[in-house]
Design a binder for this molecule. Structure first.
Ligand SMILES: Cc1ncc(COP(=O)(O)O)c(C=O)c1O
Length: 481
């Protein structure tokens, strides 16, 4: 592909993407297609001969674009994947084109500096001082893994990097944690059994009395509490655990405090709702995902660490083939020595370019609008007699359930699933379902600067209609039996 072909195809793609963004709302949000059809559509052997780029783009036109989920559509309010900010999209294009591999300084000097600046900005938002450090990661799951590994290594006096976990250890989190916490507990050797899952209060925050008694029980059995995992913005309802209380207990137990703000971290940019994440800077490590509510395109997660030296203690290996002979003054920052990954995409560029283009002002306004949208839905629900909310929203995540004529829990769960399916096939919205304290809910979560208040009104009208219809169908079926 020469420069002229690259230019022509690139212009065509950028034109397409600009038109795509301008006409998003006219498209069905989710494709009407079976997974088996798609597997068959792409079923071919590896091409032996290349074709020209325009033919490849034509194939995208036919096979890829029509069958995407349009997460940028204003009706997308589902699993947390944002509408990507256009400047971030361009940032990723540049990052791919320059292919800076910032694991090592020599493969991306300015990229390393940009990424370090982005990590510094995130640390400033959290409230960490100059000693802090961090890594941008593939997402919140990898960031959680790094956070728990830091906890494990610190708790072992830096023996676990060599010996693994040798004692009987436990970590603690709430029933509302993301599954990333379980996977991480497993990966660092604490194990899923060593992770104590604690109940939450009526606002879905960890119950401190339950945490205290779990720790006491463990102590009596000779098990050592090594890490408490707080959540600052649960996936279901945006609940924020009492972080100062968790810090107090962690200090007393000499345990690490890790806080998952992968979703809730966006609230650090809010203008209208400040202070929701009060106490976040008390954590030893924090997960905060720019590819969620900072509107960065995938992928860009982050693990931030109060004491950057802990990263080096956990990961600091320097094999001979990675020696940088030119670094005579020790000024070249080597991400591979201060983090888990070796080859690393320059994830920071899209975040840096977005902060430059939009500023905290604009991104914070988008976030506030999403919170207002969740609150609008909450008010509609509160004023209705056929729906109820799990709790008043703190952020943009809201869980609501149908409570029309009496249905037992299994049938209500079936109704919710069927309605979510109908909404998907209607093409105007995409929402998910979840379970809170054994009860089924719709989970609705705008992380989307294209969503407007009127979309919440439209969604609620649709939900009421669909729920009533499915309810009648279920009743008819029960009579027919
Ligand atoms: C609170 C929380 N933590 C962690 C994660 C996992 O993040 P990722 O999907 O980026 O791995 C999520 C994902 O939604 C989340 O909501």
């Amino acid at each position: 592909m020469d420069a002229n072909e690259f230019r022509a195809v690139g212009h065509r793609l950028i034109d397409f993407l600009a038109d795509y963004q301008a006409t998003l709302e006219e498209r069905p949000l989710f494709p009407k297609v079976e997974a088996a059809f798609l597997n068959a559509l792409f079923d071919e052997r590896v091409p032996q001969e290349g074709t020209d780029a325009h033919a490849v783009i034509r194939e995208l036109d036919e096979k890829f674009f029509p069958y995407c989920s349009h997460v940028s559509h204003p009706g997308y309010m589902g699993l947390i994947t944002p509408t990507p900010a256009p400047m971030g999209i361009l940032g990723d294009l540049v990052a791919s084109a320059l292919n800076q591999n910032i694991g090592t300084y020599t493969i991306g000097p300015s990229g390393v500096a940009i990424e370090r600046r982005v990590v510094r900005w995130l640390n400033d938002l959290v409230g960490y001082d100059e000693r802090a450090g961090g890594n941008l990661t593939s997402g919140g799951t990898m960031a959680s893994f790094i956070g728990l590994k830091l906890a494990r290594d610190w708790a072992s006096g830096d023996r676990a990097q060599h010996d693994g976990v040798t004692g009987q250890w436990a970590a603690y989190s709430s029933e509302e944690r993301h599954v990333a916490v379980d996977k991480s507990a497993d990966a660092v050797g604490i194990g899923r059994t060593g992770l104590r899952i604690l109940p939450t209060d009526d606002r879905f925050r960890i119950r401190i009395d339950a945490l205290e008694s779990a720790i006491e029980q463990d102590r009596r059995r000779g098990i050592r509490p090594v890490c408490i995992i707080g959540i600052a913005g649960t996936t279901n309802t945006g609940a924020v655990d009492p972080l100062a209380e968790l810090r107090r207990i962690a200090d007393r137990e000499r345990a690490w405090l890790h806080v998952d703000a992968a979703y809730g971290g966006g609230m650090l940019l809010s203008h209208q709702y400040p202070g929701i994440l009060e106490g976040l800077a008390l954590a030893d490590s924090v997960v905060l995902d720019p590819h969620k509510w900072f509107f960065a395109p995938l992928d860009a997660g982050a693990v931030l660490v109060k004491d950057a030296a802990r990263l080096t203690a956990s990961f600091g290996m320097r094999p001979a083939y990675l020696t940088d002979e030119m670094d005579v003054r020790g000024e070249r920052y080597q991400y591979c020595v201060h983090g888990f990954e070796q080859s690393r995409r320059l994830r920071g560029l899209k975040v840096w370019m977005s902060f430059k283009r939009y500023g905290v002002k604009q991104i914070g306004e988008w976030i506030d609008r999403n919170v207002d949208e969740a609150r609008r839905l909450y008010e509609l629900v509160a004023a209705s007699d056929d729906f109820e909310a799990a709790v008043e929203p703190v952020m943009s995540a809201i869980c609501i359930r149908y409570c029309g004529p009496q249905l037992d829990e299994p049938r209500l769960a079936r109704l919710h699933r069927e309605v979510a399916r109908r909404i998907e096939s209607g093409g105007r919205f995409w929402i998910s379902t979840t379970v809170l304290k054994g009860r089924s809910y719709f989970r609705i979560n705008p992380v989307n600067f294209r969503t407007r208040l009127e979309h919440m009104d439209e969604l609620f009208t649709l939900l009421r209609r669909e729920c009533a219809e499915v309810r009648h169908q279920l009743a008819d079926r029960a009579v027919a039996r």
